[in-house]
Design a protein around this ligand. Structure first.
Ligand SMILES: *Cc1c(COP(=O)(O)O)cnc(C)c1O
Length: 373
């Protein structure tokens, strides 16, 4: 505020881009107005365009599928694996090997006849996907890799930060992420030309600093200096926030482990999850309630919980390309995200745990929660 550089030019914008890139072992960081904008720019800078196909998780927040559609390209949806809920490399391999063929050097979806150009794996819930297998498969088939690391900043795959394996990665600094700039994103890459092109497109493709010459259709996707300043300060707290999230996660895991029918949030031996969104899996037979019933009961008790996303192949906004998707449907049915903010105190967490264990902690005369079971 004091420098008067409140808008999209200013020192903090560059500092923020460099800070995020440095944190995820990438050479270049391009700040953007949102994580979705970073995904859109990444795909366009890679040359994805009308009629192309991009492989995306079906079990994800909607943004990556939308980013593909902004370019009149088509998302083809890949099922989740049951252990960690991430893009299933085996399902990806099956699609590439069984459903695609080579035509004039292009990999083509045999059913649609359209070229397949890229894989866009999403690291969901703060846990890394099996990015090594996914990136190897993509490279074997000549496809670009765009990592959607929007909700998993701070997570590690075999000791390396998420977002450091693909050709380009997108991060989000929306208010619900592990650190925030109020809103915003960063595109991170080692490819200088790609970074420059993304920066150019994010600035209305401005080709001359003062002459109002624009050499193609660009966007106003810049981050403001005010937001970048908040983002820089928040990046200094990233490690603390990861620790706080993991502490919440450890307390849940320990307390829920003995509860029949509830599977605590998994963490792969090769992963360091941030436990960004602490998510349990409910086995209705063993637990005595379905996920939907548990969700309704917790809401009644004033505890805010969320199901996982509607799988993209079921979304009215998207076409059901790809499949089959047996696992994503089951996870949607059985998974529930619990309160897990960085500031969640132990008393509040104990209240959530008591409700999950159906312990009566009420002091009034009303029926105990779940008493009808
Ligand atoms: C939050 C999120 C985004 C989008 O980020 P915004 O900054 O809100 O546009 C993209 N992908 C995933 C997986 C996300 O969770």
């Amino acid at each position: 505020m004091e420098t008067n550089w409140v808008s999209s030019a200013g020192d903090f914008v560059d500092r923020f881009g460099a800070k995020v890139a440095g944190r995820v072992d990438r050479e270049h960081g391009v700040p953007t107005a949102s994580g979705t904008a970073a995904l859109h720019l990444a795909l366009r800078a890679l040359g994805i365009g009308p009629g192309d196909e991009v492989l995306v998780n079906t079990l994800t927040f909607v943004a990556p599928a939308n980013a593909v559609r902004y370019l009149d390209a088509h998302p083809v949806f890949v099922d989740a694996e049951p252990e960690y809920y991430q893009m299933d490399p085996d399902a990806l391999r099956a699609f590439l090997e069984d459903d695609c063929e080579r035509r004039d050097g292009d990999l083509v979806n045999a059913e649609t006849g359209r070229p397949v150009r890229a894989v866009l794996p999403v690291h969901v819930l703060g846990h890394p996907c099996r990015i090594d297998e996914i990136a190897d498969l993509a490279r074997e088939h000549g496809l670009a890799v765009v990592e959607d690391a929007c909700e998993s900043l701070g997570a590690e795959f075999r000791g390396e930060p998420v977002g450091s394996h693909g050709d380009v990665a997108a991060f989000s600094f929306n208010g619900n992420k592990i650190v925030t700039a109020g809103g915003g994103g960063v595109l991170a890459t080692d490819d200088e030309a790609l970074a420059e092109r993304a920066r150019h497109l994010s600035t209305q493709a401005k080709a001359d600093p003062v002459g109002y010459v624009h050499d193609e259709i660009g966007y106003n996707y810049r981050l403001t200096n005010l937001q970048a300043a908040v983002g820089c300060a928040q990046m200094n707290q990233l490690d603390d926030h990861v620790e706080a999230k993991r502490a919440v996660g450890d307390r849940y895991a320990k307390a829920l482990d003995p509860v029949d029918g509830i599977e605590p949030m998994p963490e792969a031996p090769w992963a360091r999850s941030t436990r960004w969104m602490y998510t349990i899996r409910v086995d209705p037979d063993a637990y005595g309630e379905t996920r939907a019933q548990l969700q309704a009961r917790l809401r009644e008790q004033g505890i805010q919980v969320r199901p996982l996303w509607q799988p993209m192949h079921e979304s009215p906004a998207h076409e059901a390309l790809g499949g089959p998707w047996p696992t994503a449907g089951r996870l949607r049915e059985e998974c529930l995200s619990l309160p897990c903010s960085v500031g969640l105190d132990e008393d509040d967490q104990a209240r959530v745990l008591a409700a999950l264990r159906r312990e009566d902690t009420s002091t009034d005369e009303s029926d105990p929660p779940g008493g009808s079971l």
